[in-house]
Design a protein around this ligand. Structure first.
Ligand SMILES: NC(=O)c1ccc[n+]([C@@H]2O[C@H](COP(=O)([O-])OP(=O)(O)OC[C@H]3O[C@@H](n4cnc5c(N)ncnc54)[C@H](OP(=O)(O)O)[C@@H]3O)[C@@H](O)[C@H]2O)c1
Length: 322
């Protein structure tokens, strides 16, 4: 089978022929049809992510495909099942072996490319808004980096949950994409002062929920833009800067900072992820989500990662194997 292999951190990735390996107990073998590409992959192949797989490794957090074989102790899956895998590595390949606890069925109506685009970005947006922030209908939700993978998913999920969505992004074209996916208002943070605009857009009240995958100076501006008892979900630091927030600000404004690390739920309580994925599939079936996906062949994995680094992707890139 062909796979994208990382042999040296920070070096170019190569497409290589790899032998299939025998299944270990508890595993299933999946013929991969599509694999989602994530911001985290850019960090993992550079050795800058919290998880550091041993070299050489096949990158790729999430894939969709068909089960071709199961270990004798696996009863939950059978050859022919259409599934998602969230194994943490191995997705940029024609085949992968994943522990059954990291595998979830795909509804018949969902194609492989769409399925592969969902777990990390829609999963993060859904757990961040529904479980952590407990977003309510008619609340004002601000989504930063709203044309990125996680951001665009949060715009759609926030809208589906009945919130008024204010999207921030870098540039008019990206703001336009967030509006097309359901945001009510957009702010271009390359030209506009986010704090001032949020104050005006909320009549001085502030936003009840802010979802932040960007970090940097936006985080403190966001804390200052929260409403009374507002909630801010800290999702990531795409800006490259992990900011400090003055604790006094959190106290005097009676606001809450919530952390969200989606991958940790897979380790500690996978059912939280699977219930969330089923809620996402239900939203998809109701037509509430319209993932924006660009597909590329598996061999172009490096191109996809470079596009993410260069901030030129809107929504999600998915690699296809056939
Ligand atoms: N906590 C979790 O469980 C979790 C899960 C998934 C992702 N994340 C994190 O969330 C962040 C966003 O992920 P994503 O999949 O949405 O990535 P993405 O698709 O690449 O989007 C990131 C967005 O951040 C903005 N950005 C601002 N400064 C940037 C910079 N210096 N470099 C790159 N982008 C920059 C870009 O929008 P503009 O060009 O419009 O500014 C871009 O659209 C990443 O830090 C990722 O690691 C966390």
């Amino acid at each position: 089978m062909r796979a994208i292999v990382c042999t040296e951190l920070g070096a170019p990735l190569s497409l290589a022929e790899r032998p299939s390996r025998p299944l270990s107990p508890g595993e299933v073998r999946v013929e991969v049809h599509a694999a989602g590409v994530n911001f985290a992959d850019t960090l993992i192949v550079a050795g800058k992510y919290q998880e550091k797989p041993a070299l050489p490794f096949v990158p790729g957090l999430e894939a969709a495909g068909v089960v071709t074989e199961v270990a004798p102790d696996v009863g939950a899956f059978a050859p022919g099942d259409r599934v998602l895998t969230m194994a943490g590595t191995g997705a940029f390949a024609e085949e992968l072996c994943a522990h059954a606890s990291r595998v979830h069925r795909i509804p018949a109506a969902v194609d492989f490319v769409t399925a592969a685009s969902l777990p990390v970005v829609y999963g993060t947006a859904h757990l961040g808004l529904a479980r952590r922030a407990q977003l309510l209908p008619d609340e004002t939700l601000v989504v930063h980096g709203a044309a990125g993978g996680v951001g665009l998913a949060a715009v759609e999920i926030g809208r589906a949950m009945g919130a008024r969505v204010i999207a921030t992004a870098g540039g008019a074209a990206k703001v336009a994409r967030a509006l097309a996916h359901g945001a009510d208002v957009g702010i271009d943070y390359t030209h506009e002062d986010v704090r001032e605009r949020l104050r005006a857009l909320t009549a001085g009240r502030g936003a009840e929920v802010i979802f932040d995958p960007v970090g940097g100076p936006l985080l403190e501006a966001s804390v200052r833009s929260l409403a009374w008892e507002g909630r801010l979900v800290v999702v990531g630091f795409a800006s490259g800067t992990i900011p400090q927030v003055p604790a006094g600000l959190v106290m005097v404004r009676n606001v809450t900072l919530l952390g969200l690390y989606w991958g940790k739920y897979l380790e500690r309580d996978p059912h939280v992820v699977y219930e969330s994925l089923d809620a996402i599939f239900a939203m998809l079936a109701r037509g509430e989500l319209k993932p924006e996906i660009e597909t590329m062949p598996l061999a172009d994995a490096s191109v996809a990662l470079e596009r993410i680094r260069a901030r030129t992707v809107v929504g999600k890139v998915v690699l296809t194997t056939r």
